[in-house]
Ligand binder design. Sequence first.
Ligand code: G3H
Length: 539
Amino acid sequence: MLNEIEEIIPFKLPIEQKESLINGNLVKFNEDKVDIYSPIYEGDKPIYLGSHPKMSGQEALLALDAAAKAFDNGNGIWPTMKVEDRIKSVEKFLTMMKKSEKEIVTLLMLEIGKSKTDSAKEFTRTIAYIEDTIFALKDLDRTSSRLVIADNVYAQIRRSPLGIVLCMGPFNYPLNETFTTLIPALIMGNTVIVKPPKLGVLFFKYLLPIFEQSFPPGVVNFIYGDGATIVSPIISSGRVDVLAFIGTSKVADIIRKQHPAPHRLRCVLGLDAKNPAIILNDADLNLTVSEVISGSLSFNGQRCTALKIIFVEKKIAKDFQRVLLEKIKNLKIGLPWEDSFITPVAEKTKPNQLYKLTEDALKKGAEAFIDGLPVELKDLKEYLPENENDIKSQLVKPIVLWDVRENMDIYSIEQFGPIIPVVIFDSIESPLSYIIKSQYGQQASIFSNDPKKISKLIDPLVNQVCRVNINSQCQRGPDIFPFTGRKDSAEGTLSISDALRVFSIRSLVAFKGTDENKEIVDRILDERLSNFLNTDFIL
Ligand code: G3H
């Protein structure tokens, strides 16, 4: 398998990574390690890709000490540095990061099975995100570079860092979603501890030396290993100020509860979702099916924003099924570098979970179509191994579950994989009450050509979810748009400009407008004595 692409892999496998970045040094950890396997199999065995350190709780605390030292209660070089100079550090990092594109894109394909196009997109989108963040911060700084006057009180209001940020990204967007919190946290003057996800971790090896060269010691630190072992001591120390976490609400709750004073821990969370599509009788079928397929099957459905349940009005249901199954049959299934649309799912336990959800739905009366063709309950046996360690492949062909009902597990469980569950409805109350009762509240999609029907849905839906998409799938981008959710789906809002706010707090320097005070402040400004109280304008 690998020999097919050996000549295009820009590194030698396996990658045995022994270092982590702590306090500005690439520190070697020789003892324990975590082995990383690809979701791609050579014969019936997953390809061994390499390993990274498995740090102990004590070793992880070294990263916390380094971040605390670099922040130095707000007195460190980084938090007191002028915005312009912090921007220069991030620009330096960006220039060097661009040179690692090939390594990062290849490792995304090998480690999480993301298609070549999507892996490349994740890289370029992240680069654009950093560039846009720099642009947004310059803008923010320009508006803060003047004094405001009210009631003869003069003030300069700026955004200041919060302290130490623990940043944990997800396996499905290990680069992009880690950076959508890491970069704003850093550029606002915080110091950061990064815990890479379980999968999508090896490529960080190429970024560690770049972080080392771009930022003062202790500003960026990495911890590697088992989450419970390395995150618990850091959070329970009570010294972390912000938790930026993208993953499941269950894990977010476990982490947050370990903080001795949870009210002090600001949380920026991107969590679970089960975004519904509502397809009305008058929808354009071709467009709807294309959006449903890319909405529910892009990156094999492993997106928090994926369409995870489809409500289709009864009159159009049969036609929708015909077009959907036809299009699914034509999807390219295979390996990431062949640029297939459906590729092996990232998690080893996932195929079993997906077939179990399918089995449950079939037992309770749904129909199943795999690869566009009907499948009986007895046929499902061929997909279900005796136990999940017997898995011979992580390639799961798209499964349509037809006529899903409330008593089936797939109705409420977030599948995070290539299953399209379809519910047929007579009354619009059915999808609406689903959304109201749901524990999730991220986004929804409406498919219809009738402005009146659409607007009747918009008004109740915007108060249940945080983005309503008309005739299109759910998605996070463009990244300047607010990305958030209600209920179990999120806490805090991310967009390029919102993220700068989330990782900072407004602080001001104020003085009464007496002649004496004006004279003092004039000198501070003229002689550029303070990095905070200054009116320099970034050009
Ligand atoms: O996994 C959740 C991602 O934020 C989804 O982003 O909609 O751009 O794929 P996306």
